[in-house]
Design a binder for this molecule. Structure first.
Ligand SMILES: Cc1cc2nc3c(=O)[nH]c(=O)nc-3n(C[C@H](O)[C@H](O)[C@H](O)COP(=O)(O)O)c2cc1C
Length: 246
C-alpha cells in the first residue's frame, strides 16, 4: 500500500525498551503532529504533558499498578482532557461554562484525547519508535492529578510510553474483519466468528507465553469487565469539576 498505512497495520505495543534517549527532533515532530490533530468544535480539549523526569516516571509506573515499561522508556506522554481553556474562553466572553455539567463533555474530551493518542502512536511508529498506550493513569487519578498539578477541569485520560524497542513482540491478531466492518447497518450476529477468534487468540497466547497461558479473547474481556476496575474515576471527575449530571 504505502508507508503510512503499513505503519498502522504493523502496530504492536512494546513493553521492553532500550536505554537510548529519543532525539529532540523526533519528539518535537511527534508533538507537532498531535498538535495538528482535529478536535471537536476546534475547542482543543486536550493537552499533552511530556514527562522525561525520571522520578516522575517512576511515580507514574507505581500509580499505574507497577507498569515497569514506563520507568524503562525515556519518555512518557500524559494526555489530559482539558476544559481549563474553555473556562477561560467563557470568562473572556462573560458566559458560563455549562457543558462540563453534562456527560457530553466527557465524550468530547475523551474523543479528542483518543485522536491525539492515535496520532502520537502513528507518528512515533513511523519514526522507528515503540509505544504502548496507558489507560492505567486512571487507576490512581488523585495521585496523578497532584503529581502533574492538574487544575480544575483538567483530567488524566491516557498516557503513552515512547522509546526504542528492545524486542518487537508479535503482532496481536484482531477480531475478524467480517464482524468489525459493517456494511450499511450493524450486524449483531458475531458469536461464531468470535469463537474462531478465541481459538486464534488462545494459540497466540500459548506461543507468546511459552505455554504458560492459553487465555482467549472472551475470557480476557469477560474477566476485566466483571467489575468496575477503576472505581476512582467517577469521584475524581466530580472533584475536578465534571458534574456528569445531565
Ligand atoms: C486506551 C488504551 C489504554 C491502554 N492501557 C494499557 C495499560 O495501561 N497498560 C498496558 O500495558 N497496555 C495498555 N494498552 C495496550 C493494549 O493492551 C493493547 O493495545 C491491546 O492489547 C492490543 O495489543 P497491541 O497494541 O500490541 O496490538 C492500552 C491501549 C489503549 C488503546
Amino acid at each position: 500500500m504505502n508507508s503510512t498505512i503499513n505503519t498502522f497495520i504493523n502496530h504492536r505495543s512494546i513493553r521492553q525498551y532500550k536505554d537510548n534517549p529519543i532525539e529532540a527532533e523526533k519528539l518535537d515532530a511527534i508533538i507537532k503532529a498531535v498538535h495538528h490533530a482535529p478536535t471537536s468544535i476546534n475547542g482543543q480539549q486536550v493537552s499533552v504533558i511530556v514527562v522525561t523526569d525520571k522520578e516522575k516516571k517512576s511515580k507514574v509506573a507505581e500509580y499505574t499498578g507497577g507498569q515497569t515499561w514506563i520507568d524503562q522508556a525515556p519518555v512518557f506522554l500524559l494526555f489530559v482532557m482539558d476544559y481549563h481553556r474553555a473556562h477561560l474562553a467563557a470568562k473572556l466572553n462573560g458566559e458560563n461554562l455549562v457543558i462540563t455539567e453534562s456527560i457530553e463533555s466527557i465524550m468530547v474530551g475523551s474523543v479528542d484525547v483518543g485522536i491525539a493518542l492515535g496520532t502520537a502512536i502513528g507518528a512515533a511508529e513511523s519514526l522507528g519508535l515503540g509505544t504502548v498506550p496507558i489507560g492505567g493513569v486512571r487507576k490512581s487519578p488523585e495521585e496523578m492529578i497532584a503529581l502533574f498539578e492538574l487544575p480544575e477541569l483538567v483530567y488524566p485520560v491516557a498516557g503513552l510510553v515512547l522509546g526504542y524497542p528492545k524486542d518487537m513482540s508479535e503482532m496481536k491478531p484482531r477480531i475478524p474483519l467480517s464482524i468489525f466492518k459493517h456494511d450499511n447497518a450493524y450486524n449483531p450476529d458475531q458469536s461464531e466468528a468470535l469463537k474462531a477468534y478465541d481459538q486464534q487468540m488462545s494459540d497466540y497466547m500459548v506461543a507468546r507465553t511459552g505455554g504458560e497461558s492459553n487465555r482467549n479473547w472472551s475470557q480476557g474481556v469477560a474477566g476485566t469487565y466483571k467489575f468496575v476496575y477503576f472505581p476512582k474515576v467517577y469521584p475524581t471527575l466530580k472533584q475536578q469539576g465534571f458534574e456528569n449530571a445531565k
